[in-house]
Structure formats: C-alpha cells, structure tokens
Design a protein around this ligand. Structure first.
Ligand code: OGA
Ligand code: MN
Length: 302
C-alpha cells in the first residue's frame, strides 16, 4: 500500500500514513507526496524514526538544501550539521540554554509569524522540521494558509498589493523584539533583500500573500505607510480561521511550503523542558521577484 493522506481541512494540512521515510521511497510515493504538498501546503508524518542523514535524504526529494544561518555566527559552536537548522533550546552539549544566552534571544524570533529565509535573496521553499524531544505542554507550531488569506481580501486590496515588493531583513524581525546586538560582519553577511508581496504558485496557479516578520518596508511607499500595510495584512492573514496548530509528538516530521504559509512557534517553559526540533530546509528556485519577472532597484525605497 502506498502513502495515505488524511486531510485536516479540505485544502490545508494533511497527515500522511503508510510511508517509512527512513527507507528509499518509490517513485509513486514521491510523486503522491509532492502533489499532496502542493495541495495541502503542510504535511505531517507521524512516527518517523530518522537519522540526520535520512532526514536530509528525504528533504532532497524537494530540491537543493540551504545551509543554516547559524554558520554565519562566529560565537556559536554547532550541535548539528550545517545543513540542519537547530531550532532546539539546547546547547552543543545538550543542556537547556541559559536565560540570557544569545541563542535564546535569537530564537525568540521564531515566535513571530514568518516564512523561512525570506531575508535571503533566494528564500526557502520547503522546511522539514523533525521532533526528537518535545515539552509535555506548550511549544506547538502554528501555520496559516496564505492562499486562503489572499482569497479573502477585498478586491480593491488585491489590486493595490498585487505588484508590490517588500524589503525583508533578519534584523527587522529581531529589532521587533528589541534585539539589535549584531556585529558589522553579521549585518554585512545578511543584507536586506526584495520579495514580492503576492506570489503565484507555478504548480497550482494559486495566489498567496507573501509576508513575514522580516518584512519591514514596501518599495515605493514611505516607511510608515509601508509598515502599516504590512502589519494590517499580517493581522488579516493570521486570523484563526486560516490557522492549523500542530501539537507535536516525538518523531513527527512536519513539512511546510514557505511560499504558501506562515508559521510560528508557541511559548513553552524553555528553561525547564528540552525541545529538540531540527530543520532541514530546501531552497526556492530563485528570488520571488525574479520568479515574477520583476526587476527591483534596491536603492529605490522611500
Ligand atoms: C522553524 C520554526 C517554530 C517552532 O523551524 O523554522 O520557525 O515551533 N519553528 O519551533
Ligand atoms: Mn521558521
């Protein structure tokens, strides 16, 4: 029997059974999973026992992997290989992090609604998050459906935003939490990038809002008006009717389409419980403006 799909709602999020991701997959299973991924945008694979190598091998079915941004940070020793983003609350020797640790401050950013790596010129396409240990309470991950959010906008808003471009920067989301302590070298390694505000998914023709906590300015608008528009659209997109909350079990692998969703982690007692979740990330094919055939003059803000 091939992979079985159990939708959470008609078109958003599905659980997948009868597939063992530690083994090589049949071409039929790969095709079925990829097509379900386009449709549901979030897939949950429960009960997977994966080595890091098997986690990465499954991720490679979706395209080339990105390297974690933690590799830019000279002050941290990595607990995991460079292809894995360490989303845990653990130090390299597997202890719960310190209250004042830089890693903790940095990862607080995951509590804000975002899409992965939109602050990179080529953003993330798919993220595959695997839970090795989870807290008994809290620490869920929420996803919002940016196709449904786009569809629900008034026509006038759709027309206004259809060709807009935002500036995304990792330092924008961190500044929202009051965290600005980055070296000149770190800032230079991750300059702001443009991303479209609305994207069309080539596989389905569906339009999605494309935003993130990393989005700060809108090209061609003054800073305050751009920021207000972004906040208004984020508030619209993250209303409960668009949201699926994933309550983790150990050995869940959850994969989401960053083009079609936003996500955020919810609070937990991170100084008490270990939450060991690790992410493999597949790159998008190009910057979202390039994919839309838009040429953006990076200087032309304001
Ligand atoms: C991520 C992320 C949130 C969480 O892995 O990209 O934002 O719940 N995770 O850990
Ligand atoms: Mn994320």
């Amino acid at each position: 029997m091939g992979a079985q799909f159990w939708p959470v709602t008609e078109n958003f999020a599905a659980e997948v059974g009868d597939v063992d991701l530690s083994q090589p997959l049949s071409a039929e299973d790969v095709a079925a999973i990829r097509s379900a991924f386009d449709r549901y945008a979030v897939l949950v694979f429960p009960g997977q026992e994966l080595s890091t190598g098997q986690h990465l091998d499954f991720a490679r079915h979706f395209g080339p992997l990105e390297t974690s941004i933690a590799t830019h940070r000279k002050d941290t020793k990595l607990r995991v290989v460079p292809e894995i983003a360490d989303v845990s609350n653990l130090t390299p020797d597997n202890k719960v992090w310190g209250e004042k640790s830089r890693q903790r401050m940095f990862q607080l950013g995951n509590r804000l609604w975002h899409s992965d790596s939109t602050f990179k010129h080529t953003p993330a396409y798919a993220s595959l998050l695997y839970a090795r240990s989870i807290p008994p309470v809290g620490g869920h991950t929420e996803f919002t459906d940016m196709r449904a959010a786009y569809d629900a906008l008034p026509v006038a808003t759709k027309q206004k935003i259809d060709r807009l471009v935002c500036e995304h920067s990792i330092f924008t989301s961190r500044a929202k939490l009051g965290y600005t302590d980055f070296s000149a070298e770190e800032r230079a390694a991750m300059p702001p990038v443009p991303q479209v505000m609305v994207r069309t998914i080539p596989q389905t023709g569906r339009k999605c809002l494309y935003l993130a906590s990393h989005a700060g300015r809108v090209f061609g608008m003054d800073d305050a008006a751009g920021a207000a528009l972004i906040e208004e659209l984020m508030a619209h997109a993250t209303q409960r009717q668009f949201v699926y909350t994933h309550r983790w079990r150990v050995n869940d692998l959850v994969i989401w389409d960053n083009r079609q969703t936003l996500h955020r982690g919810t609070a937990f007692d991170d100084l008490r419980w270990k939450r060991d979740v690790q992410r493999a990330t597949v790159e998008d094919v190009a910057n979202s403006c390039e994919q839309a055939g838009l040429k953006v003059d990076l200087q032309a803000t304001g």
